[in-house]
Design a protein around this ligand. Structure first.
Ligand SMILES: Nc1ncnc2c1ncn2[C@@H]1O[C@H](COP(=O)(O)OP(=O)(O)OP(=O)(O)O)[C@@H](O)[C@H]1O
Length: 383
């Protein structure tokens, strides 16, 4: 899939901005604070309902404005349409496939969204339409940070590749909210029984979806990390369900935990506590990773997710790489960009300049951000 138009209004420093990217590599340069990252944030917002730098209300709306707006038009593979040679990033793929569009207005509290000309009822419906994978300076937290971002990683991938996942996820989230409210109110056992049942009925399939998805990612992830960071040794993604699944089904675990949950006022076991970790052949654990190794591991998990999306849908998600040159050394920049070029993914890269690791003769479209505006200059191949 590739974005053909991105428009944003009242986002960070921008009054208004429009970008018409190429289906291949798009380089966005500018000085510090010019607004390069903000462009990727707009794209990420449409795909995730939030920025990778926080929620909309955490400073994404331009100071003094009541709300921001983002519009995206993109093309995605249509099973009835044959995709024609994309290798040079300038092919007829610009006109092939199915055209889609989405719009989002967000005030930080309220939002309205439209997808292909119709209103959307849930933000998740909008986010499940456009697939964007973002690697940015905070991405190492996917490996070294708390479990929430790792659960979000699994769920986001599943929203895009498993049709049945969203209803199960919503059912589980609703049951969890109800059970937690009852626990806080110290409800009677009979009331809790029915929500335990509901939670277990949604939680068991949710757990199976996640475990299977991680298994599907596993071979891609291991191959990617072996290429990007061979010194780490053979690696494995290990799934942790969020309760002692080897000992009992979720329904029993909820019952066993009930007294503890009543005193805590929330549900302490279940898929909302699930996690995954990486086991490395040559390291005791993530605590021993350098910052750069954590970044390469995170990048491998993100690219594995993108490759899997391609295996399911026959096309890559859009790939956004924020500040690539300060995240990876030259050699890794070259490897990653070369791999992405071969994948025919649409890629957005930001930086203060052309990344020094950009492979020579790689074609790209060059955008420059300055004084709150973006201008286009055709990138010459790097000598
Ligand atoms: N809510 C806001 N209202 C107005 N301006 C904002 C708001 N939030 C951020 N800004 C400004 O918008 C710009 C955001 O820049 P952004 O982080 O996208 O820049 P960048 O080009 O990626 O910079 P760097 O190279 O320093 O990472 C900064 O100049 C910042 O001060």
């Amino acid at each position: 899939m590739h974005v053909t138009r991105l428009e944003l209004r009242h986002l960070r420093r921008f009054e208004e901005l429009r970008l018409d990217p190429t289906p291949g590599l798009n380089l966005i340069t500018g000085d510090n604070g010019a607004g390069k990252t903000s462009v990727l944030e707009a794209l990420h917002l449409m795909a995730y309902g939030r920025s990778f730098r926080g929620r909309v209300r955490d400073g994404l709306i331009r100071a003094g404005d009541p709300a921001l707006e983002v519009f995206v038009e993109w093309r995605e593979r249509d099973l009835g349409t044959r995709d024609v040679g994309l290798g040079d990033g300038n092919s007829s793929a610009e006109t092939a496939g199915r055209a889609r569009k989405a719009g989002l207005r967000h005030s930080g509290q309220d939002w309205t969204g439209r997808l292909d000309g119709a209103n959307v009822a849930q933000l998740g419906d909008l986010c499940a339409a456009l697939a964007v994978v973002t690697f940015e300076p905070g991405s190492h937290a996917l490996i070294t940070g708390g479990g929430e971002s790792r659960r979000r990683y699994l769920d986001w991938g599943l929203f895009h590749v498993e049709q049945g996942f969203l209803p199960v996820w919503r059912r589980y989230a609703r049951a969890l909210k109800q059970r937690n409210a009852l626990l806080k109110a110290r409800a009677r056992d009979t009331q809790l029984d029915s929500w335990d049942r509901e939670l277990a009925d949604a939680g068991e399939p949710l757990d199976r979806f996640r475990e299977r998805y991680l298994e599907d990612l596993q071979p891609r992830f291991s191959a990617l990390l072996a290429e990007l960071a061979p010194a780490l040794g053979a690696s494995r993604m290990e799934y942790q369900p969020g309760w002692r699944r080897e000992d009992m089904p979720l329904a029993d675990a909820l019952l066993v935990a009930r007294e503890r949950d009543l005193s805590a006022g929330y549900t302490t076991v279940g898929p909302h506590r699930a996690d995954w970790r990486i086991a490395y052949g040559n390291l005791p654990g993530r605590e021993a990773l350098s910052r750069g190794q954590a970044k390469l591991t995170a990048l491998s998990t993100l690219l594995a997710q993108a490759e899997h999306h391609d295996a399911v849908h026959g096309e890559w998600p859009v790939v956004a790489l924020d500040d690539l040159a300060s995240e990876l050394d030259r050699q890794h920049q070259a490897r990653v960009l070369g791999r992405l070029q071969a994948s025919r993914a649409q890629v957005f890269v930001t930086g203060t300049d052309v990344p020094p690791g950009m492979p020579s003769m790689m074609p790209f479209e060059w955008f420059h951000v300055e004084h709150g505006a973006i201008s286009r200059s055709h990138g010459a191949p790097v000598p």
